[in-house]
Design a protein around this ligand. Structure first.
Ligand code: LLP
Length: 443
């Protein structure tokens, strides 16, 4: 397994993260356990901030909290000077409870409910990223009712669909998100927003995909958005002060993944902005981005305890751990691949190839196929790397399995940031109607 951030192997052959021996973390917090390398989160945040500072452009880096949204993470993002992208009242509530400054919160989503809009207006958040005409009209009405003018970006689909290794132009018209540039909808949305008394149209937003390695997709999106900006200015006199280019910057999960350094993604984008916006008479817009995965992804490790081992002679050996698709649904959902090591015997040479199974009652609950490990035994510790993004965030209680605890580690110190769910949490919202209650018959 590739060792990310502060991860090392100590003299005992144990994996350590943030100066904490994972065998101690197991003793203190139990398993499965999400371990977040705080220093690496801060380092990634600073890489974005520094690269943008170097570009000389005005900017905001908004952490896409959907990747991992808990109050302590909102505190880290705030301390690092990031803005925050939220997509639901739950993420918004988490951020506000954590004391995240409302004016640096951006609200996304293709179906913001009136209640969510009200909550965000009440909190005075920095910006709404408006996704469709229904929302545009509703937000305008609700803002006017409060005699307010709220900042908006319009989410546009620039016609660039980025897959990890290919780009399909004009492939994005068929998307549930945003106003399409190609069919004129985005232009119409700009006209409506510019006229709306309750809205202050800051500019546009575009997000082309996730876990993207090459810069070409981002550069194409910049070019399309710049052309659109120019068209809007020339045909209707409306100028954009802000262009948000979304997130999607890839990270290294396994050997085959070849992401660029954060600074290189930022440079490619900011250079493209300078090229495509500077060749006509308009000042450069402020550039916002929304990285999620690339801020927290490689800072997360999930620690499991090995339970049962099943060998099918001549076929394969299944090693089952005490978690699985409930704490990491990504292999089952996206066939995502992960690396792992035996965290209590990390110096031992690999001796066998095993497959790591979760404990859910479902054959598809497999975390890693064909992993080379030393001879695995019950009670060994397995550490799966790069689980910081979209793992805790997408965890479920399938099979009524309790969600694990989350700890932040740094400088030899481990701090609990989310407690492990209890059995009481599992039944906490259950209600047995009176007619179904068990009647105790006394003798
Ligand atoms: N901005 C917008 C508008 C987005 O839709 C997303 C991700 C981001 C920013 C952040 O993208 P990132 O930098 O994290 O790639 N559950 C999937 C990922 C879904 C991403 C959805 N949108 C996964 O586990 O891979």
């Amino acid at each position: 397994m590739y060792l990310h951030g502060t991860s090392t192997i100590n003299d005992l052959g144990h994996l350590t993260i943030g100066g904490c021996d994972v065998t101690d973390l197991k003793a203190q917090f139990g398993t499965p356990l999400y371990i977040v390398d705080e220093q690496l989160v801060r380092q990634r945040s600073r890489q974005y901030m520094e690269a943008f500072r170097e570009s000389g452009l005005k900017f905001q880096v908004a952490y896409a909290s959907k990747a991992f949204c808990v109050m302590a993470m909102c505190r880290l993002a705030d301390e690092e000077g990031l803005s925050l992208d939220v997509v639901s009242d739950g993420e918004l509530y988490t951020a506000l409870e954590a004391g995240f400054p409302a004016h640096r919160i951006h609200f996304h989503g293709n179906n913001k409910t009136p209640d969510e809009i009200e909550m965000a207006l009440e909190a005075n958040i920095g910006c709404f990223v408006v996704d469709n005409f229904t929302e545009l009209q509703l937000l305008n009405v609700m803002a006017k009712q409060r005699a307010r003018k709220v900042n908006v970006l319009l989410r546009v689909t620039p016609g660039v669909e980025a897959h990890t290794h290919e780009y399909i132009s004009t492939g994005q018209t068929d998307s549930k998100f945003g106003f399409d540039i190609g069919n004129g909808t985005a232009y119409e949305a700009v006209q409506q927003a510019a006229k709306a008394d309750g809205l202050d149209l800051l500019g546009v937003h575009s997000h082309i995909g996730s876990q993207i390695f090459e810069v070409e997709g981002f550069q194409m999106a910049v070019e399309r958005v710049a052309q659109f900006t120019r068209q809007v200015k020339e045909q209707s006199g409306v100028s954009f002060r802000v262009v948000n280019l979304g997130g999607g910057f890839g990270i290294r999960y396994t050997e085959g993944d070849t992401p660029l350094a954060v600074a290189d993604y930022v440079k490619a984008i900011t250079d493209a902005v300078k090229v495509h916006f500077a060749n006509w008479n308009e000042s450069l817009p402020e550039i916002w981005v929304e990285p999620g995965r690339s801020i927290v992804g490689d800072a997360g490790t999930t620690l499991y305890t090995v339970g049962t081992v099943k060998e099918i002679p001549g076929v394969r050996k299944y090693v089952a751990v005490d978690g699985g698709m409930t704490d990491n649904p990504r292999p089952a959902l996206y066939e995502s691949r992960y690396e792992a090591l035996l965290a209590n015997r990390a110096n031992e040479a690999a001796e066998e190839v095993v497959s790591i199974a979760g404990k859910c009652c479902e054959s598809g609950d497999m975390l890693i196929w064909d992993l080379s490990l030393p001879l695995v035994q019950q009670d060994d510790l397995l550490a799966v790397s790069c689980t910081g993004a979209y793992n805790y965030a997408m965890a479920s209680n399938y099979n009524r399995i309790r969600k694990p605890a989350v700890v932040f580690v740094q400088n030899g110190q481990a701090d609990l940031v989310v407690g492990r769910e209890t059995h009481q949490d599992i039944v906490g919202k259950d209600v047995i109607p009176a007619r179904l209650q068990k009647v105790l018959v006394s003798q």
